[in-house]
Design a protein around this ligand. Structure first.
Ligand SMILES: Cc1ncc(COP(=O)(O)O)c(C=O)c1O
Length: 404
């Protein structure tokens, strides 16, 4: 039985987004699809398959286990790790040809040793800290770092990258980081004596804003899922949101003027009204900060969330949707009729970023994957996993007209 609260993942929108991004890049520029944290909650395996089919050539995850899971599921494409990598993982990374970030000499030596032992090179991307001051070799230390790696057998540096701290808000600092990166790459290549093939710096914010920073590859996450506020622009077609959060009204009932609802009595009905219960709560990753702030769509109307969001339940004021009844579909994120609730609105209400909103949706919410009619790309991508695809979202839409 499908829980009456679920995430719908439109894999055709994902494929379109990748295709659109690819269409503005130069032919030699690759897409590294960032699919860490279960593809930002969208589901790593189907997202990986469709992204690769639609034009991404590489994948990036945060941690070793995420990469291994994809390998176990049969994903053979290049996978790189973005996060700090435990030294003990070196042998399995080499074995599975998972690419590691190079951030310190000890880590590089561990990778090289594993590479020699297993008789195939450890693949790595030199990570340069150009100003984020999180992970990476400080730009001014790149020369001495590379001197220590020069001629090291068992290690192959196939990429070099950095990460922007403020690509959405600070062009001056972003371009300064880009220059620091380029300078450091020149120094690294001088010491190593060869060009490092894959230079990549662009997260989503930089991908939409700085074509001069696309280099050999771009490395977006949020943009592929169509969730940033700026999901297109001067250099980029508009991306489509991939994910929707929906639930069926489980209870509809009256609330009389002056009565309060929920924990701590934070909302009182100003007049006789009807409220609806939705079986979604903060344990699903639906943030409690949305209490008395966000609205959900019912019958295409924005119905405000009233009272505190509970662990498993959200209560809405159905005044704008007077005919709403049990089992009607409410859209918490997504489109219904003419109305839309976007992830970036929810993020703003929670004082956070879009990435946090979607990556926190818990495993308890079923993911329903679908392709738009006639989309061969998705069918091909999931050819050996057809059972992952559902046509329920399309059926619901057809059956319920604007109320779907
Ligand atoms: C190193 C690195 N590159 C790329 C990304 C993708 O970022 P975004 O989702 O903003 O595109 C992330 C995500 O945090 C990251 O840590």
């Amino acid at each position: 039985v499908l829980r009456p609260a679920w995430l719908e993942i439109n894999l055709s929108a994902l494929a379109d987004n990748i295709h659109n991004l690819k269409s503005v890049l130069s032919p030699h520029q690759q897409i590294i699809a960032v699919i860490k944290a279960n593809a930002y909650g969208h589901g790593a395996y189907p997202v990986a398959r469709v992204a690769l089919e639609a034009g991404a050539s590489r994948l990036a995850v945060a941690i070793v286990e995420e990469a291994l899971e994809l390998r176990e599921q049969g994903i053979a494409a290049p996978i790189m790790l973005l996060g700090a990598t435990p030294r003990e993982a070196a042998p399995v990374l080499v074995e599975q040809q998972i690419e590691a970030p190079l951030t310190d000499v000890e880590g590089a030596l561990a990778l090289a040793a594993a590479g020699r032992k297993l008789g195939k090179p450890a693949l790595a991307h030199l990570k340069i800290d150009s100003g984020m001051h999180r992970l990476g070799v400080r730009a001014e230390e790149v020369t001495s770092f590379c001197e220590q790696l020069r001629g090291l057998a068992g290690l192959e540096i196939i990429g070099v990258f950095t990460h922007f701290s403020s690509s959405q808000i600070d062009p001056e600092f972003t371009l300064r980081q880009l220059n620091i990166f380029k300078q450091a790459v020149t120094e690294a290549e001088t010491v190593l004596g060869h060009r490092i093939p894959l230079r990549h710096v662009c997260n989503s914010g930089a991908t939409v804003r700085y074509p001069e920073a696309w280099l050999d590859a771009v490395r977006p996450g949020a943009l592929l899922y169509g969730i940033p506020r700026d999901r297109g622009g001067m250099y980029m077609p508009e991306m489509r949101p991939v994910l929707a959060l929906k639930a069926r009204l489980s209870v509809v009932k009256p609330l009389y003027a002056g009565e309060s609802v929920g924990y701590d009595r934070t909302w009182q009905a100003p007049r006789d009204t009807r409220v609806g219960l939705l079986p979604v709560g903060y344990a699903d990753g639906w943030d409690r900060l949305l209490s008395n702030r966000a609205a959900v769509l019912v019958h295409g109307q924005r119905c405000p969330i009233v009272g505190r969001i509970c662990m498993d339940t959200t209560i809405v004021d159905l005044t704008p949707a007077p005919d709403a009844a049990v089992d009607d579909v409410a859209v918490l994120i997504g489109t219904q009729g003419q109305e839309q609730v976007e992830v970036h609105e929810i993020a703003a209400l929670c004082d956070t970023v879009v990435q946090e909103v979607v990556s926190r949706f818990s495993a308890r919410l079923p993911r329903v994957y679908y392709a738009e009619p006639g989309d061969e790309r998705v069918q091909r991508a999931l050819a050996d996993q057809r059972s992952l695809l559902s046509d329920a979202p399309l059926r619901d839409r057809a059956n319920s007209g604007q109320h779907g």
